[in-house]
Design a protein around this ligand. Sequence first.
Ligand code: DP6
Length: 361
Amino acid sequence: MSALHQEFVPKPYTNFVESGSVAWKSPSNIALIKYWGKYGQQLPKNTSISFTLDHCATSTRLEFQSKQGKGFDITVLLDGKAQADFVPKIEKFFTIAMPYLPFLEDYSFTVHTSNSFPHSSGIASSASGMSALALCLLDLEAQLSGNGPSEEDFKKKASFLARLGSGSAARSIDGGLAVWGEHQEIAGSSDLFAIPYPEAVHEVFHDFCDTVLLVDTGEKVVSSTVGHGLMHGHPFAEQRFDQANTNMQTIKPILASGDLDAFIALVESEALSLHAMMLTSSPYFILMKPATLAIINRIWSFRKETGIPACFTLDAGANVHLLYPAQHKQQVQDLIENELKAHCKEGAYIHDQVGQGAVRL
Ligand code: DP6
């Protein structure tokens, strides 16, 4: 049994709420410094930092109806259609969230969820999905508690709960840049929840663009959860965690000054280091596809030819996130339409940019 974090255990509820519904829209995020490897109850082995996205988001409406008896009663609908295969993950989340949301057994829940991106796009919906659900549950808790928590405490607990559902979901509450994982040089950082990046950020990063190039839209050969597990006993694990923590230190002056050359070097190295961990796991696996490498090579030659500071990052899959400053939107988007699109599955890509964080609907 993991230690309870008393700070997030609620006081006895004062109100009875028979039924109702709450709704939130929560964004996806893309990590610049990657979380890969965890311990205990969804705690990260290193600090990570991400851009909160804008268009890639999940909207969730949670309906609740009080019930008698113990046990969870959860129905999930994706775009209006029953999605029984989502239920076990949510039940697992409810089980570990119970001490922090003791009302979970007292209601029948219907989760109506939809993604702004096609479900089959291969974009991870767990970050946006779990954060939207955590926010909905906290809205219900606020009704049960009478006078709810301050906005800051609400977001902190939302991030804490989202993390229990999926690690990267912790970083999908606030906008801009989010940091998760304790780091001695980031004030207020914690393994338990993410915080808005508290240091200076150059304006070039305020509206940074991310086009997600959809290379592979099928089921991943190895899930993130399994991949994290393979960091236990991994021959390079400790070096990797040190590298990420050092990169967190290195990125601070880069984010403050807007030094894009240094930003590119760090972000691309992080993406390739993440995939290097997969290549050297036991068993080893490869999530990149030939088109992933073709796109990366074209981004490099484009950068060399034009001097435009566009770079790539990857998450745990084959899709490429093409990152670039808003002022170069036209040229980069021409490159995508004229060339990179040809490498994407059915020519699909999604233009996105840094967003403002989750919103109540
Ligand atoms: C490569 O958050 O999907 O995207 O905690 O098991 O749900 P679980 O894993 P998940 O891992 C994401 C890993 C990553 C890097 C990152 O987002 O930092």
